[in-house]
Write a protein that binds this ligand. Structure first.
Ligand code: ZN
Length: 191
């Protein structure tokens, strides 16, 4: 999937959570941090692709992307697996723990929002033709549906005209149906 589809998918998980779960109270800074964490989490698994949107979004990204590339390996390997997700979650936990001393936001919420984004990325890539190595280091890629023919080509017409608009429609549906809960959440920020 392309970066913008991943961003939208990540946001959808956040919207669905806010709509259906009693969201914890948070400051505006935390809400903003959670939003950005969610967006970065949605792109983070493509850290193994030096040309990905993830690297475009951080300063000198392509430089670091190319530097890291030989260490992380080929695109859609460890970072697109359950092991990679657990590892990323652990490292993020350490990083946020350090940042916690400098930035006064609720890192627990930011961690969850980022991991929501990460998980959404794996699910979205799972429905593409390539599939993903869920059980890395087992070198087998899995996709859904299991027959490759029915899966989506990254950047292809199905992604552009079905998946992306479908995600937009899902968000519109969530906002329409759960409008009162979303309003309650927005009003609770900073209280
Ligand atoms: Zn990916």
């Amino acid at each position: 999937m392309t970066g913008r589809t991943h961003d939208l998918a990540a946001f959808t998980t956040l919207a669905a959570y806010i709509a259906t779960q009693p969201a914890p109270s948070m400051t505006l800074a935390t809400a903003i941090g959670a939003f950005f964490g969610n967006m970065m989490g949605g792109l983070l698994p493509d850290i193994d692709d030096a040309t990905s949107d993830f690297w475009d979004k951080i300063p000198a990204g392509s430089f670091f992307g190319n530097l890291l590339h030989p260490l992380i390996g080929h695109h859609r390997m460890v970072s697109h697996s359950l092991f990679g997700m657990a590892l990323a979650g652990y490292l993020l936990h350490l990083l946020l723990g350090v940042m916690h001393h400098v930035v006064l936001i609720d890192m627990h919420i930011v961690w969850w929002a980022t991991m929501f984004g990460y998980a959404s990325h794996l699910i979205m890539d799972c429905i593409t033709k390539e599939g993903i190595p869920w059980f890395f280091p087992v070198p087998v890629r899995f996709g859904f549906p299991p027959i490759k023919f029915f899966r989506v080509r990254t950047g292809g017409p199905v992604e552009t005209f079905v998946i992306f608009p479908g995600l937009l429609a899902t968000n519109a549906y969530i906002i329409y149906v759960y409008y009162p809960s979303i309003l309650t959440f927005i009003r609770s920020i900073g209280k």
